[in-house]
Design a protein. Structure first.
Length: 140
């Protein structure tokens, strides 16, 4: 791999984080981001997930707010979870409503969506519970 290929390196860093190699993935992501400050929006998910692992909820919100890509479920999902964990329930519910609007079956699909590439059952559990805490209905 070309060490100067920041797009590929940051993508691999995210995948390592999702696979549970948090420190190794984070270091690769950080190095790639230093090489190129302009990176794809989805890199923020890797940073967010790393902060979720570390239970750094304010930093999670920072990375969620950097996404600014509300055409996908990731923007409202990460914001709703971050705000829920920070006990900002009113703001969290707004993002949860946006998430449900984008993906009406999210209550039945969320665990499967997350588990498809986030290999930490404990983190997936925390994400789902934070959404339930602010009003996501239980799976049908």
């Amino acid at each position: 791999m070309n060490p100067n290929s920041s797009g590929i390196a940051s993508g691999i860093g995210c995948m390592l984080i999702f696979a549970g190699y948090f420190e190794k993935g984070f270091n690769l992501l950080e190095n790639a981001s230093r090489l190129n400050l302009s990176h794809p929006w989805w890199i923020n998910i890797g940073y967010w997930y790393y902060c979720m692992h570390k239970k750094e909820y304010q930093k999670m919100l920072y990375w969620a707010e950097k996404m600014d890509f509300n055409e996908t479920i990731w923007d409202p999902l990460l914001k709703a979870v971050s705000l829920s964990l920070l006990n900002e329930e009113v703001a969290a519910k707004i993002h949860l409503n946006n998430l449900v609007e984008l993906q009406p079956l999210i209550a039945t699909e969320i665990k499967e969506i997350l588990s498809n590439f986030m290999f930490s059952d404990e983190i997936v559990f925390r994400i789902v519970n934070s959404l339930k805490r602010i009003g996501l209905k239980d799976e049908v």
